[in-house]
Design a protein around this ligand. Sequence first.
Ligand code: PMV
Length: 296
Amino acid sequence: MSTRYSFGPGKVILVGEHGVVYGYPAIAGSLSRGVKATARAAKRPMLKLGRSLAAPAKRSLSRAFEVGLEVAGRPSLEVSLESELPLSMGLGSSGAVSVALSRVLLEKPTAAEVESLSLKMETVFHGRPSGLDHTTSAREGLLWFQKGVARGLTPGKPLQVVVALAGKRRPTKELVEALRERQSRWPRRYQRLFEEIGRLVVEARTAIVGGDLDALGDVMNVNQGLLSALQVSGPKLDGMVQRLRALGAMGAKLTGAGGDGGAVVGLFRDPASAVKQLRREGVECFASELGQVVLP
Ligand code: PMV
């Protein structure tokens, strides 16, 4: 057998995080960055893991690989992974690993087979995943999510974003639980905020499909305001949001669970010059077109 390669892209949530947990919609897009898997024929199945990985990450990767091997009929492959995504920053790294592994372990899989196996692997990483990460990765597109159902969206104009990292953050589960506590104490106030976020997601869809980037940017800015109202943003994220806007973002907001760090997404007409300037300032960042995978 010749060497086999596969790719699973990462993701960003463009609008609607947190509200999506309460049944409101969200829109997510796949990134051009992700995880590459390489498989070579071997005497027995094996996952090669980098030495720098922490023990818990090694354990869950090995367990996910084992799940993949069982479904794929234990092919005798030695698989290695290369990730371009930072871990635990809300960029869907485990969903991307799951998709890359599914694609390389299964023999000429259908899209449905990839989605089904990568969901099983995501369950190893996250217990009860929302499904948003691996679905966005497997479909490599821009997706509308609501109550576990995903539908593709076709943007009227390309969506060029800059993703900038604002430091380490707490796990998604903790942030979702802390918000759940506030929401159950003061349900009516939080319901108003989630409803407004839901309306923004509908407006974002109209802007995306109609190619109105200014309107989409404004929706993102207002969404950031509501995420602050939900108390899931913090000084590092707020600072990075302001920095991206100062560099010409039509809209910028945190993406994913938020907290004391994590990733910020900005919508740009000219992402290249913003990335250059941010890197000069020592910010870890990259540009990507959403829903447009460039195979490595
Ligand atoms: O930061 P991430 O990629 O784990 O995203 C979390 C998104 C939430 O809406 C906060 C949680 C969820 O399960 O949808």
